[in-house]
Design a protein around this ligand. Structure first.
Ligand SMILES: Nc1ncnc2c1ncn2[C@@H]1O[C@H](COP(=O)(O)OP(=O)(O)OP(=O)(O)O)[C@@H](O)[C@H]1O
Ligand SMILES: [Mg+2]
Length: 112
């Protein structure tokens, strides 16, 4: 199993969530975050305004998935989240040891 952590533009959230739902992603965790990438100290457009501060609002989505689903999930997020401009975000993929569903005590892939 893998954790897919995607930092995306807030206005792309609906598109990304819809696209993920269409490919069968059932659960996810969402956090409002702030961050910066390579353009630190430079301006970026956010909702039509230029930001001169370092940290810009972003959305972080976390999804735990079977290995076999990772490629599809990543390409879906890229397709739905891309504008082609700097600041489109980043996706991190890391290994996951185990998942436990609290209600049923199932574990591993059955608990996803
Ligand atoms: N190396 C990193 N570690 C952790 N978070 C990062 C890293 N790079 C980017 N992020 C997060 O992703 C968000 C978007 O990054 P961004 O898309 O600007 O990356 P970039 O590498 O600068 O690419 P681009 O040149 O396309 O802007 C940042 O606001 C930050 O939250
Ligand atoms: Mg950047």
């Amino acid at each position: 199993m893998k954790k897919i952590e995607a930092i995306i533009r807030p206005f792309k959230l609906d598109d990304v969530r819809e696209a993920l739902s269409e490919i069968g992603v059932r659960g996810m965790t969402l956090t409002e975050v702030k961050g910066y990438g390579r353009q630190k100290g430079h301006t970026e457009l956010y909702r039509g305004s230029e930001y001169k501060i370092d940290f810009l609002p972003k959305i972080k989505i976390e999804i735990i998935a079977k290995d076999s689903m990772v490629e599809t999930i990543v390409s879906t997020i890229v397709k739905a989240g891309k504008t082609g401009q700097v600041g489109d975000g980043k996706i991190f993929v890391t290994p996951v040891e185990d998942v436990i569903r609290v209600r049923t005590e199932e574990s591993g892939e059955d608990a996803i």
